[in-house]
Design a protein around this ligand. Structure first.
Ligand SMILES: [Zn+2]
Ligand SMILES: [Zn+2]
Length: 250
């Protein structure tokens, strides 16, 4: 009886284990490289010792093409921070719109699982950016970094709040939110790139305490909207740049 129960437990454990391993059906062999927590690949992203180039796959839902100038800005900003002698490449691809217009992180993970095609292999590290036709379950949030190489931008929320009369430009908002979320993948703040001085905003998790820094918490919420009407796209402040540099960045 005892033995039977044990076997059953073992079989169940194996089934669950297999399920987890094949979480990314598009590239099951590489699943361990992109199923890690946010910040776990910060050094791989910043330094050139393992990976000499980065490919960013941006998938957008039908009708929600992300602003091209914003993606160029993202590419330039990253280029100034990470050691990637073979370059940073952005590829965009349309994916079907989601029927669900309010998305949870679990929904986003499922969408990534069904659509992502770029995976880390050889000397190239791959990132995934999803730009959705929906909003987040927390309606003030414009973007979320949810795994070591994955971020989501809530396109509907971004588009409703930019590009119109009296609103921030689309370019500024998409650049701010995408660069902020990828800043988390780079290990900011204190989530993979150790702090060289204390500048974490303890009340807001892994964010910077400098209200003019890109990694200030407001950069990923609707709190940034008013600022961006006249202000420029925020950049990483000296404390954040120091952390990136110390963890292998330029
Ligand atoms: Zn954030
Ligand atoms: Zn900062």
């Amino acid at each position: 009886m005892m033995k039977t129960t044990l076997s059953l437990v073992l079989i169940l454990a194996l089934v669950i284990g297999c399920k987890k391993d094949s979480a990314f059906v598009n590239n099951p062999g590489a699943s361990d490289l992109h199923n890690k927590p946010v910040g776990a690949s910060a050094n791989d992203l910043l330094a050139s010792s393992k990976y000499t180039s980065v490919k960013i796959e941006v998938q957008y839902m039908t009708g929600f093409v992300p602003d091209a100038a914003a993606l160029n800005h993202l590419q330039a900003v990253l280029g100034s921070l990470v050691h990637k002698p073979s370059g940073i490449n952005i590829v965009t691809r349309e994916v079907p719109a989601s029927a669900n217009t309010v998305l949870s992180v679990n929904d986003v993970i499922e969408i990534e699982k069904n659509n992502r095609t770029a995976f880390t292999s050889g000397s190239e590290l791959a990132l995934y950016v999803l730009y959705t036709n929906g909003s987040y379950s927390d309606n003030n949030v414009l973007g979320v970094a949810y795994r070591n190489t994955s971020v989501v931008l809530f396109g509907k929320k971004i588009q409703d709040n930019s590009g119109g009369i009296g609103q921030a430009s689309r370019t500024k908002l998409v650049a701010t939110v995408s660069e902020h979320e990828i800043g988390h993948l780079l290990g900011l703040v204190d989530i993979g790139s150790p702090m060289q001085s204390n500048h974490k905003d303890a009340a807001h998790g892994n964010h910077c305490n400098n209200s003019s820094c890109l990694m200030y918490y407001a950069s990923e919420t609707s709190d940034i909207l008013g600022f961006l009407v006249t202000g420029n796209i925020p950049s990483f402040d000296a404390n954040c740049v120091t952390d990136l540099h110390a963890n292998g960045g330029l």
